[in-house]
Design a protein around this ligand. Structure first.
Ligand code: 5GP
Length: 193
């Protein structure tokens, strides 16, 4: 998606440790019109596929998924919660995810009420790096007996390999911008096409 690449080029900053900051429009301040066009792009890619629900993970995925849902017949959006500690009462699906940005493992939960067997789920997230967050969401769907119809990602950092590994597993991933390389010294960002 050319518009997203241009926004990353003009407003993104490259930090040490392979972190791309796009707080100006995606992760802190939200450009809702951009989110809307991202939703339209995913809807075009996944046209004709059955999607009952969108699943994302807090926090940055929520806004993007909610705006995108309007392009999928206003299906419900469920966001997996990142818990500090788990109080297992049997009403939740729980998995553990290693956070790339926070560099620690934390539990991720979804209430059993909101993820059901037989549902066709579209996963949406802001970033795809090593694929840990997505593996967590896929695991929650598996536990629930729901199937993953596809995955919509705003920014994939292709050089970290998570996306290619998931594609090799057979997942249909639509990443709207794929960063091939980025240099914290020069700030240069190159994209895969
Ligand atoms: P993964 O689990 O694929 O390694 O990393 C994806 C998750 O980490 C996303 O949910 C996102 O919140 C965060 N993340 C990974 N890399 C970046 C990055 O370069 N910039 C930002 N803002 N978030 C990132």
């Amino acid at each position: 998606m050319q518009e997203l690449e241009e926004r990353i080029q003009s407003e993104g900053t490259v930090k040490e440790g392979n972190v791309l900051k796009v707080d100006a429009f995606l992760n802190h301040q939200c450009d809702v019109r951009l989110f809307d066009r991202m939703g339209a792009a995913w809807a075009e890619h996944f046209a004709g596929k059955k999607i009952d629900k969108i699943l994302t993970i807090e926090a940055s995925g929520i806004g993007i998924a909610c705006v995108a849902a309007q392009h999928f017949g206003n299906v419900p959006v469920v966001f997996a919660k990142k818990a500090q500690s788990i109080n297992l009462d049997g009403d939740q699906y729980v998995t553990s995810v290693y956070s790339f940005t926070k560099q620690k493992e934390f539990p991720v939960i979804v209430s059993k009420k909101y993820l059901n067997a037989g549902e066709h789920v579209l996963l949406i997230d802001d970033f795809l790096a090593n694929g840990k967050a997505l593996h967590g969401l896929i695991g929650l769907c598996r536990e629930a007996g729901a199937s993953v119809t596809g995955i919509g990602i705003a920014v994939e950092k292709g050089f970290q390999g998570g996306g290619d590994a998931l594609r090799a597993e057979g997942y249909d991933i639509d990443s709207l911008a794929i960063v091939d390389a980025m240099d914290p010294a020069t700030g240069e960002i190159t994209f895969r096409h």
